[in-house]
Design a protein around this ligand. Structure first.
Ligand SMILES: *[C@@H]1O[C@H](CO)[C@@H](O)[C@H](O)[C@H]1NC(C)=O
Ligand SMILES: *[C@@H]1O[C@H](CO)[C@@H](O)[C@H](O)[C@H]1NC(C)=O
Ligand SMILES: *[C@@H]1O[C@H](CO)[C@@H](O)[C@H](O)[C@H]1NC(C)=O
Ligand SMILES: [Zn+2]
Length: 394
């Protein structure tokens, strides 16, 4: 299929296709491609933007801005009201909801339909993908353009700006982790690579895999020449737009004082286990694992399973969802006891595993492995641009 991105008189056409991929780095390059094209679209936006996609603030300094955070309710949840552009079609709404669902599953940020709240996000299909930094007051636009920004990682990127997060490569310590190649950045684009000396790094490490990091060729004025080079290992991948990373999640949870136990598993295969396994797990815990492979259906296989038995598994249980949130369809309802559950296959590349324990009696817990698609497959098909979701194709 083709994706048309229109901006003023210009029209960019991205080609989408599924192909056999000899190595996972090909999809990595596609990430960069998406992001670069989006920033080019933004360059033509009538909205004045800083650092590629941030709407500048009039008064407050855009950094370490305490009152820019969204308020937390007494139950620990940060509810952020939003309105959606009526121009969105069903598939766009689903794409935005899917991107939001990951915040809800992994952090204490919940995006809720606006009733009459004063401060809210107005998510609109304006000209480009852009957002304010933090809460501004009143209705603030997050632009998620229909034809060009409908990738989960791009939507999450813009929402993270609205939560108060800057670009990862704008951190005060970025020069220890990346080299900015000023010789390939034209003077008007130089401010887009500004470093914030007083950025709030939350005592968490620099994250090359952050959804808030630019790709290597961002705003390069010379084909094939990178503007951001990871150091010391320039082959480290930057600029992914598959979705939030574990450190992105950790940073949100730290900034917003969320107590959440959540892990993203985004490799092509891997394993998960209850805490302390094979020793007994703890009482009163609630943990989730979001399995997000790049392609194909996730399948999950339990190798070990030993949980407290209660009627209806109301005490300790494992529950598995077909998607990225607890409101997704249930693949395996609350399961307890010591019978190893059957293998589970999701309908997409997303699966959420929940493990909850009560205050009484523990056991050794569980261990499971996941894979993307059939194990015996020899060929590795990859759909470029995550077209499965919501891009209007022609
Ligand atoms: C690229 O940017 C550099 C540094 O600003 C500048 O000297 C050079 O002329 C630019 N090249 C092009 C082709 O615009
Ligand atoms: C998080 O907790 C700290 C210390 O208790 C507090 O200063 C800060 O305002 C809290 N942040 C939010 C977003 O509520
Ligand atoms: C671990 O769980 C088993 C099974 O429920 C239980 O018999 C045992 O006493 C527990 N061990 C500890 C150290 O709590
Ligand atoms: Zn951005």
């Amino acid at each position: 299929g083709m994706i048309h991105i229109s901006s003023g008189n210009e029209k960019v056409i991205l080609l989408c296709f599924c192909t056999e991929s000899p190595s996972p780095t090909e999809t990595d390059e596609e990430d960069e491609d998406i992001f670069n094209k989006i920033l080019k679209v933004n360059k033509d936006s009538s909205q004045f933007l800083q650092e590629g996609d941030i709407v500048p603030r009039r008064s407050r300094s855009a950094i370490n801005c305490r009152q820019c955070n969204w308020p937390q309710s007494s139950d620990g949840i940060v509810r952020i009201p939003y309105e959606l552009d009526p121009a969105y079609e069903e598939s766009h709404v689903k794409g935005i909801h899917d991107a939001m669902a990951e915040f809800e599953a992994l952090t204490c940020i919940n995006f809720v339909k606006r009733k009459a709240e004063r401060d809210y996000l107005s998510i609109r299909s304006a000209d480009g993908c852009w957002s304010n930094y933090g809460r501004v007051g009143g209705g603030q636009t997050v632009s998620v353009m229909k034809g060009g920004c409908m990738w989960k990682g791009v939507i999450q990127h813009e929402l993270e700006h609205a939560l108060g997060f800057l670009h990862e490569h704008s951190r005060s310590d970025r020069d220890k982790h990346v080299k900015i190649m000023w010789e390939y950045i034209s003077p008007p684009d130089r401010p887009d690579f500004k470093k914030f000396e007083n950025s709030n790094n939350l005592d968490l490490p620099y994250d090359y895999s952050s959804v808030m990091h630019y790709g290597p060729y961002t705003f390069s004025n010379t084909t094939g020449k990178a503007t951001i080079v990871p150091i010391p290992d320039r082959s480290v991948h930057i600029g992914q737009r598959q979705g939030m990373s574990n450190l992105d999640v950790a940073k949100i949870n730290k900034l917003y004082n969320c107590s959440r136990c959540s892990t993203i598993l985004d490799g092509p295969s891997g394993s998960l286990r209850s805490a302390n396994y094979p020793r007994n797990y703890s009482d009163n815990t609630n943990c989730v694992w979001l399995i997000r492979t790049r392609s194909r259906k996730v399948s999950l296989h339990f190798q070990a399973f030993q949980l407290q038995i209660t009627k209806g598994c109301q005490g300790d249980y494992v529950k598995v969802y077909d998607g990225s949130s607890k409101s997704s369809p249930v693949l395996m309802d609350k399961t307890c006891g010591s019978k190893i559950p059957n293998g589970i296959v999701a309908s997409s590349n997303l699966m959420l595993v929940e493990f909850t324990t009560d205050g009484a009696q523990t056991a050794s817990g569980f261990q499971a492995t996941f894979t993307a698609g059939k194990k015996e497959k020899l060929r590795n098909y990859v759909c470029y641009f995550a077209v499965s979701t919501n891009i209007k194709q022609s």
